[in-house]
Design a protein around this ligand. Sequence first.
Ligand code: SF4
Length: 365
Amino acid sequence: MIIPLFLMNRGCPHRCMYCNERLTAGNHPARVTEAAFAETVRTHLRSAPRKPGPVQIAFYGGTFTGMEREEQRRLLSMAEPFLREGAVDGIRISTRPDGIDKEALDLFRTTGVKTVEIGAQSLHEGVLIESHRGHTETDTVRALTLLKENGFKTGIHLMAGLPGDNPDRFAETIRKTIALRPDMVRIHPTLVLRDTPLAQAFYQGMYKPLTLPEATDLCKNALKALTSAGIPVIRLGLQTTRELEEPGAVVAGPFHQAFRSIVEAALFLELATSLLLSAEQGNGVTSSGSAKTDRLTARFTVSPSDLSSFCGAGRGNIAFLQERFSSEEIRITSHPTVSRGTVILTHGNQQLQADGAGRITRLQG
Ligand code: SF4
């Protein structure tokens, strides 16, 4: 459970090309007062549904370590009573990679900070320069290394489709992220937001945003690679806010409120297709329908939590599979014993399993 407080561009050395925190974080006050802080935390503790795992207060938005050290101390000290009474287990902050130094870590260590999320956005120098991020890939490597050496949990934020990015550069960013071994990753596709330099670049024809299918494909491949490396992707797509949904807030770009579901549906379709092709080879039939045997039933089983993503919007994945594998009868079931992200295919006397990384294992037949 995360109790978020937003710092609204505080501590940022400049405004990044794409950033409009009034839209992405919502309209929060510029300064977090002690009374507002306590009220937010208590309200969350009272009303938010409890999930298993630790409770953390999170300072998001802005650049936490870019603020005056005294202000950082003031904010962190507000959490102290909640930590002392055991209502929360730790603090989580997000900051820029060039904002991590030994002094910052000393402060974190003594104030209950357990997790630090780094806004890396890209690990390609050209993309960082074109996006006016003002830090380097080396800053991210150094920050992650320091944080890990000092025992903090780490997260990396990435963006797909930044100015200067392309599928090869994004794949390189994912490979470098995996090499850094963060504890978690968040990814969102770049959106052209109102009142940003990126919107000006877009209007001048200098920036072309990703389409929704392009963003889905990039993020699907990233999800697969990170899952395969055992690194959880805890968010895909921006969390929507009332402000982001206002007409004109998103000027252009692949905005979708259920972006993660779209990406997961694309990945499930890929897994189901691979499973069925493997099973057909095993049974001596082909997807064109030149079967040596009678029409077979292809029964997919997934976790109940994945059922909707597996079927896709409007059951589009099922329709696609039924058309592509017209010699099969496609059936879907769910079972609580199947892990999230896993698909099991029962086909004739075979049973095959695909995990979220795309690895296929023969369970039977
Ligand atoms: S550092 Fe983060 S919060 Fe600050 S301007 Fe850049 S993107 Fe926005």
